[in-house]
Ligand binder design. Structure first.
Ligand SMILES: CC(C)(COP(=O)(O)OP(=O)(O)OC[C@H]1O[C@@H](n2cnc3c(N)ncnc32)[C@H](O)[C@@H]1OP(=O)(O)O)[C@@H](O)C(=O)NCCC(=O)NCCS
Length: 249
C-alpha cells in the first residue's frame, strides 16, 4: 500500500477553512460508502501504525478504511485528504486536531465492505455499521454484551437476529459517541430493539440525572444485510444523509 507524500506535523492542530459552514448547528451529516482500495490517502504515521498490526488483513482494512475517512473529511472541509489533521484522542477516539470553534466532531465505522462517517459541529456523534452474520449462540453473545433488559427484548422479538443487530449497532453508536468505548460498561445502559430507536436508561459513571433524555439515537438506513445507527448527546438533531446507500437487494 503506497501512501502519498504526507504533510508535516499531522499531530499538530492546523487552521481549517470555512467550508464546514455547510454543516449547520444541530445537524449531523452522515456519509455512506463502499470501501475501495485505491487511491490511497494515508499518512506515514498511519502506515507505521498499520505495520504494527498483527495480521495483513487487519493492516489492509485499517489503511483502506482510514483512506475512506480522510476522503470524506477532506470533501467536507475542502482540503487535501492528507492535510486532514486526524489525531488520536482519549480512549483511541480519533478527532480533528484543529482549534476551530465550534469544533467539528466526527466518527467512523466500517464493516464488510461498507463504511459510515458522521460529522457535526460542536457535538460528538457516534456511528456504527454492522454486517449481519448468522450467529449460532445469539443468547450467549447477548449475555456478554447486552444489559438484562436488552437480552429480554431480543429474546422476545419476532426476529431475534434482526433485533440483536439493531441493539448491537445502537449500543456501539452510544459508546462511540461517549468516546469511552466498552470501558463505559456495556450493561450500564439500555437501548431498545424496536422503532423509533431510543436510549432508555444510562447508569454509567458520570451519568447526569435523567441522562438518557439528553440523547438521541437514530437507526440509519443501511444496505441489505447491514444494520447501522447514530447516537449523539443532544435531545434532537437533524440527520442529513449525504450519500444514500445503494438500493437494497
Ligand atoms: C472503537 C470500538 C468501540 C468499536 O470498534 P468496532 O465496532 O470493532 O469497529 P468500527 O469500525 O465500528 O469502529 C472503529 C473506528 O471507531 C473509531 N474509534 C476508535 N476508538 C474509539 C472510541 N473510543 N470512541 C469512538 N470511536 C472510536 C476509529 O475511527 C476506529 O477506526 P480505526 O480503527 O480505523 O481508527 C472498539 O474499541 C470496541 O470496543 N469494539 C468492541 C465493542 C463490543 O464488544 N461491542 C459489543 C456490542 S455493543
Amino acid at each position: 500500500m503506497n501512501a502519498r507524500s504526507a504533510p508535516a506535523g499531522e499531530e499538530r492542530g492546523i487552521p481549517l477553512p470555512e467550508r464546514q459552514a455547510e454543516i449547520r448547528p444541530g445537524e449531523v451529516h452522515v456519509w455512506h460508502g463502499t470501501l475501495e482500495a485505491s487511491p490511497d490517502a494515508v499518512t506515514p504515521t498511519e502506515e507505521s501504525r498499520a505495520r504494527r498490526m498483527g495480521s495483513p488483513r487487519r493492516r489492509r482494512e485499517f489503511l483502506v478504511a482510514r483512506g475512506a475517512l480522510r476522503r470524506v473529511l477532506a470533501g467536507t472541509l475542502g482540503i487535501d485528504p492528507l492535510l486532514v489533521p486526524i489525531v488520536q484522542g482519549a480512549h483511541g477516539k480519533p478527532r480533528l486536531g484543529s482549534d476551530r470553534r465550534p469544533p467539528i466532531g466526527f466518527n467512523f465505522s466500517h464493516s464488510g465492505d461498507r463504511f459510515v462517517v458522521a460529522i457535526a459541529l460542536g457535538m460528538e456523534p457516534g456511528v456504527d455499521i454492522e454486517r449481519i452474520r448468522a450467529r449460532r449462540d445469539l443468547a450467549g453473545l447477548a449475555r456478554w454484551s447486552f444489559s438484562p433488559a436488552e437480552q429480554e427484548e431480543v429474546a422476545a422479538a419476532p426476529e431475534p437476529m434482526d433485533a440483536f443487530y439493531r441493539v448491537w449497532s445502537r449500543k456501539e453508536a452510544v459508546i462511540k459517541a461517549d468516546g469511552r468505548g466498552i470501558a463505559i460498561g456495556l450493561d450500564r445502559f439500555d437501548v431498545n430493539a424496536g422503532e423509533p430507536s431510543a436510549l432508555l436508561d444510562a447508569r454509567w459513571e458520570g451519568a447526569a440525572p435523567g441522562e438518557a433524555a439528553h440523547w438521541s439515537l437514530h437507526s440509519l438506513e443501511a444496505p441489505s444485510g447491514y444494520a447501522a445507527a447514530l447516537a449523539v448527546r443532544r435531545p434532537a438533531v437533524e440527520v442529513i444523509v449525504r450519500v444514500p446507500p445503494p438500493p437494497s437487494g
